[in-house]
Write a protein that binds this ligand. Sequence first.
Ligand code: ADP
Ligand code: GN1
Ligand code: MG
Length: 388
Amino acid sequence: MNKIEKIANNFNIKGKLIEIKELGGGNINRTYLLTFFNQGSIDRYIFQRINTTVFNEPHNLMQRIEQVTTHMKNKQTNGAQVLQVIKTNDNNTLHVINDNGSVEYWRVYEQIKDAISYNDMSEVPNGIKEEVAFKIGQAFGNFLKLVSDYPEDGLKDPIDNFHNTEYIYQEFLKDVKRDPVKRVASCQEEIDFVIQREKLYYLLNELHKKGLIPKRLNHNDTKINNVLICWETNCSSVIDLDTVMPGMLSDPADALRSLINEAGEEEKDLSLIDINFDILKSFVEGYASETHDVLNEVEIKNIANALHIISLELGMRFLNDYINGDVYFRINPKIENHNLQRAKVQFQLAKKIEQNKKIIEKIINSVYLKAKNQTKSKQYILDNKKSS
Ligand code: ADP
Ligand code: GN1
Ligand code: MG
């Protein structure tokens, strides 16, 4: 019996295991799709080994995920499938094993059925790119709404200072100074690029301190492949809930970062990195349709800044990992200086955002204004009907 089969035996799953397939796409966890034959039907499950370098308290993490998904299920009305945790035979959310001295934490989810995820916009056929962007906007906007009244759970955040750009920048400077694997000389141009934009990294914290931007429970990892679209039912499900914690505009910002660069995060030819404004507008239309009465004016005005900042932040995180010897993000050893290459893509995107900031702000503001006005006129019609 192989290792995954043995792990599967510990979960409360009926039927005979007939196929094991590793899924790529994520940069953090190891993910497998397992197929079971059960009394004439086929059931599929997602098996994941949690990356404990990134998530050092897996039990705490699973408790948040269980509570958040239960909260979502109780409120969900649009028919979308919500991530469902499958327990072990002894009713735990994790199966812990010791493999040659290393402790591994395994969890299982039900597979979201009949749904597709795209790794980047280049995988989406022309003609439906805007529709996909709209659906992703709706899905993450709906997520923000669903968890907006999730009560304080007393749990630790799964990662400290995740998307605290100011903190990430300070850590980055320390690692540049340490230069642990002697790579700093090979990326001085990129380091200078980061330092030149220092002022931006403080912006969101400053607005928060002034009371202008609140911290709301965010998904915090809103890249394109963390939404599964079911075309048949017209419902989309948000997955990868590992980083659910309070944040400031990280969801619309990171989703836009991931979507508007059609070439994707892994592109080698930097001349292909650009902004697709139609995709940008469609995502915002989807996100605004759910959040126009949730976000305040200052938040809406700062989505463009948050997008700029998160592109620089992710570039900084990739560059920092390159400088540290590739210890955080999964790399493909066949790609030379993989994390440095990924950082360059994000910096190129940040340059484009810088050049087009005014246009981006204009699009976002006008989409939100339209969404708000539509609601107002609907309300006006309703009120008039009632009084007549
Ligand atoms: P990572 O943290 O490594 O990004 P994810 O939780 O996003 O891991 O899973 C990686 C990939 O596995 C996803 O992009 C998706 O394609 C697939 N996947 C994960 N969970 C499910 C699920 N419940 N149903 C169907 N596919 C899933
Ligand atoms: C990681 O797990 P995945 O691949 O969805 C990372 C995100 C990055 C993303 C870049 C916990 O996301 O923050 O934006 O890679 N997740 C974590 O591709 O660090
Ligand atoms: Mg993921």
